[in-house]
Design a protein around this ligand. Structure first.
Ligand code: IMP
Ligand code: MG
Length: 248
């Protein structure tokens, strides 16, 4: 649908030139012209499945076609926790965290595996009125393997001073427990006031070290999980669900 302006230019006393300028009424994310009449309210999240509404551009069309495969069952992965289940669970987890009344809260996410979980959890915390500071540390115990090496390497440290602060330590999986225990001990030695641990997946296995997650989104038997930030040999992080690889 379009709307326009009709302009009348008087060239000679008896000659009039009419110019009609057409204005687009739809909101298009792909061209600057469309932004004249951007009907999308500030802060509105455009669902990925509808980003193709500005169908005048090939890229938008491609995005729509691609989005049709997002989150859909695929033959190489069994879905364990769907995107909807995760989203719903994170809302309740955020309410649980809000009830703890933590002060000067800093969320410390352990990379790489927790980056999507942490990002969604932080936005869920915002929904319940919290304003945490956020930092990251990169730890490695698996490399490209699916079995823990037994030692934890710190590849990148936090940049904030955790001294005297309430910390929410976020990780993707609690398995042997070495990674979470290492991070917790490190932040505790630096004088954090309190440290709560929160993991996406708590594997129901015997831990190599004595640690429990204060909060977990899901419990899961001893299978190697991928998706929602978690990888197998650097693959599958982009999947919006948590699943198990059945054929590589
Ligand atoms: P833990 O030190 O053995 O408890 O293992 C924790 C770390 O290993 C997590 O931070 C994950 O990055 C990784 N990990 C453990 N199990 C899995 C899995 O099933 N899928 C992906 N990563 C895993
Ligand atoms: Mg990890």
């Amino acid at each position: 649908m379009a709307m326009g302006i009709l302009i009348c230019l008087r060239v000679e006393p008896c000659i009039r030139l009419y110019v009609y300028i057409q204005l687009p009424l739809h909101s298009c994310r792909n061209c600057s012209v469309g932004s004249w009449f951007n009907l999308t309210a500030p802060g509105t999240r455009i669902p990925l499945a509808t980003t193709g509404q500005a169908s005048c551009h090939t890229s938008a069309r491609k995005r729509t076609e691609k989005s049709a495969t997002m989150g859909q069952p695929r033959s190489d992965i069994d879905i364990i926790f769907s995107a909807e289940q995760i989203s719903e669970r994170l809302g309740r987890l955020a309410e649980e965290i809000a009830r703890l009344k933590l002060e000067r809260l800093a969320v410390v996410a352990i990379l790489k595996g927790s980056f999507i979980f942490a990002a969604d959890l932080i936005r869920a915390l915002h929904e319940v009125g919290m304003e945490p500071e956020v930092d990251f540390m990169t730890l490695s115990s698996y490399g490209k393997s699916t079995v823990s090496s037994g030692t934890v390497d710190i590849l990148r440290d936090v940049t904030i001073d955790v001294g005297g602060r309430d910390i929410l330590l976020v990780d993707d999986v609690l398995d042997s427990g070495r990674t979470l225990a290492y991070a917790k001990d490190l932040l505790s030695a630096r004088g954090a006031k309190s440290i709560r641990t929160c993991v996406l997946i708590e594997k129901e296995v015997d831990r190599a070290v004595d640690i429990k997650a204060d909060m977990s989104a899901f419990k899961c038997p001893n299978v190697f999980v991928v998706g929602y930030g978690m990888d197998m040999s650097h693959r599958f992080r982009e999947l919006p669900f948590v699943g198990r690889v059945v054929s590589a």
